[in-house]
Design a protein around this ligand. Structure first.
Ligand SMILES: NC(=O)c1ccc[n+]([C@@H]2O[C@H](COP(=O)([O-])OP(=O)(O)OC[C@H]3O[C@@H](n4cnc5c(N)ncnc54)[C@H](O)[C@@H]3O)[C@@H](O)[C@H]2O)c1
Ligand SMILES: [Zn+2]
Length: 339
């Protein structure tokens, strides 16, 4: 097991890589904890939950909403949870987001920790303290920034992860490589998904590298004034097409990264679009989509992160180096129309 601690403004988070799920008992006693998980994870790993008070919710983004929060809170009351209870989210990003949020509001805030079980949660969602729920079509509209006490990484949990969720998670891995880590980009270029799926030692290293990359960015810019914005690479158009079509998040981000590469060619003189596009395809991700340009632009304009004049767009200077460029709406529209 590899232990690392990181200090955020309000709390220190302990990261436990290569840990076994059973190590949870060393962190929190079964009497003073309640696990929140989803039906898939619970079903696949039932034995691990033995002896733990567990709340299991249906799986899927459509359950990351207030009514599920109400259900969880009611069950916490029924289970006799109090201010000293630690809530443990065991699952993908939906679970870590909603568990972090419930922990932030239940009795004005109780402790929480995460055991991320999807690639996406391990490299992205569980890290950084952002949590929350969706409201109607608006993703993550309500929430808090609040750090968990610990993140426990048991990589063997990934054995049950469906293939499409591996692909989804790798979209964020490729994103990290594009914005901050050229050597990791090369590693991805030289291999295929199956290489990481087969060899859990290599996979563990890759996930740890990504978790630490995101952590470093967040520690240095917890409240998103500067570098943390870079993590939005591919997510501007990504969120818009995700909103417009029923496609997985990883696919949407991939389409967004493909578009951002093309924008970068025009704005920063970026010359490596082909490399990025090839890596996306290599990992089963679509670098483009024939999306409705007018509708996409309309959604972009109503994005919650926009200013009145335009969008701070994340572009690439080269693989491994990103930059934020304020682009006026007219320019974005013309860039979209050229795609
Ligand atoms: N807070 C943040 O900073 C942040 C960052 C990125 C994404 N997110 C959020 O994360 C969510 C997406 O995360 P996700 O892709 O993990 O979604 P998810 O939690 O819905 O998990 C994806 C699917 O995989 C299943 N699953 C997860 N782990 C499994 C395992 N080990 N074995 C079998 N099945 C498993 C789940 O049941 C689900 O069906 C979104 O709601 C997004 O908004 C948050
Ligand atoms: Zn994402």
């Amino acid at each position: 097991m590899i232990k690392k601690s990181f200090s955020f403004s309000s709390a220190t988070v302990n990261y436990l890589f290569n840990a076994d799920f059973s190590y949870l008992e060393t962190l929190v006693s079964k009497d003073s904890a309640v696990i929140v998980t989803d039906e898939n994870v619970f079903r696949k790993h039932q034995k691990k939950f033995k002896g733990w008070k567990t709340i299991s919710i249906p799986s899927g983004e459509q359950y990351k909403v207030q009514s599920t929060v109400d259900t969880i809170i009611q069950q916490l009351i029924d289970l006799g949870a109090d201010r000293k209870t630690t809530l443990i989210g065991v699952g993908g990003g939906v679970i870590t987001d909603i568990t972090g949020y419930v922990a932030g509001v239940f009795m004005r805030g109780i402790k929480c920790g995460f055991v991320p079980t999807s690639i996406l949660a391990m490299v992205d969602a569980a890290i950084g303290g952002k949590n929350g729920i969706d409201v109607g079509l608006y993703k993550n509209m309500v929430g808090l920034i609040r750090q968990p006490e610990f993140l426990l990484y048991d990589f063997s949990l990934l054995k049950s992860l469906p293939k499409e969720e591996w692909v989804n998670g790798f979209a964020e891995v490729i994103k990290h490589a594009c914005i901050k880590d050229a050597p990791m980009f090369k590693l991805l270029e030289e291999n295929k998904l199956s290489y990481f799926q087969k060899d859990f030692t290599v996979l563990a290293k890759l996930i740890q590298r990504n978790a630490l990359l995101k952590t470093k960015v967040v520690v240095e810019d917890e409240f998103e004034n500067a570098d943390r914005k870079l993590l939005n690479f591919g997510h501007t158009i990504g969120h818009a097409v995700e909103n417009l079509y029923t496609i997985p998040h990883g696919h949407a981000v991939s389409i967004g990264m493909g578009a951002a590469c093309k924008f970068s060619e025009q704005i920063t003189g970026f010359k490596e679009s082909a490399r990025v596009i090839n890596v996306l395809k290599q990992y089963g991700l679509p670098p483009q989509l024939d999306f409705d340009k007018d509708e996409t632009f309309r959604i972009l304009k109503s994005d919650k992160k926009k200013s009145n004049q335009g969008i701070n767009y994340v572009l690439l200077n080269k693989v491994g180096k990103a930059t934020v460029v304020p682009l006026p709406f007219e320019q974005i529209q013309s860039l979209i129309n050229k795609l």
